[in-house]
Design a binder for this molecule. Structure first.
Ligand SMILES: [Cu+2]
Length: 190
């Protein structure tokens, strides 16, 4: 299977989820939490090893923006992002390409439509609920992202294996559009 086939399959899966959601029936998105099979094939790097962290970067999320506004890293670095939501709304810190964020924004809009998330919180029961057919709702636990309620803090450890056009972004509906995103700039040298 080449990468084009993989992408197509993932898109088809995403489409199937959207259709199922609108049909009010079961939502099947089993691959959502696995990272692999989610369409991006981890081309953006890989989950980092906590024992190999090079640096820690503190990220503050407010309504609706990030501090800092840009992130600088070096190719090959493993970064521990300590992410704190100091706003009044639900926010996400997500590492990905612009295309990944666009796809994820559609998923989050579906999640909001179904009450799994609200403007200010996460319905953990809805997130884990079995909606029939033995399929679980998409649980929001990709290793390249964290979704945080107001006042919460969490870490994302990421190994940036190679230079690629990346953004950090919040894909809670409306936030990316209002500027809650920034570039990840790769710097040369050690
Ligand atoms: Cu946000």
């Amino acid at each position: 299977m080449n990468s084009h086939t993989v992408k197509t399959t993932a898109l088809a899966a995403l489409f199937a989820v959207t259709v199922a959601a609108h049909g009010g029936g079961a939502i099947a998105a089993g691959a959502h939490g696995a990272g692999k099979g989610h369409g991006h094939g981890m081309a953006i790097g890989e989950p980092g090893d906590a024992a190999k962290v090079d640096r820690t970067i503190t990220i503050t999320m407010k309504d609706n923006f990030f501090e800092p506004e840009t992130i600088e890293i070096k190719e090959g670095e493993t970064i521990r992002f300590v992410v704190a939501n100091k706003g009044a709304f639900l926010h996400e810190f997500n590492l990905g390409t612009a295309a990944m964020h666009a796809a994820h924004q559609k998923e989050m809009a579906e999640m909001m439509e179904h009450g799994m998330i609200t403007a200010t919180g996460i319905d953990h029961k809805m997130m884990k609920m079995d909606h029939g057919g033995g399929k679980m709702m998409m649980e929001h636990n990709d290793p390249n992202s964290v979704l945080l309620e107001p006042g919460k803090q969490a870490e994302v450890i990421w190994h940036f294996t190679k230079k690629v056009d990346l953004e950090f972004a919040c894909n809670v509906p409306g936030h990316y559009e209002s500027g809650m995103m920034g570039p990840i700039q790769f710097k040369h040298g050690q």
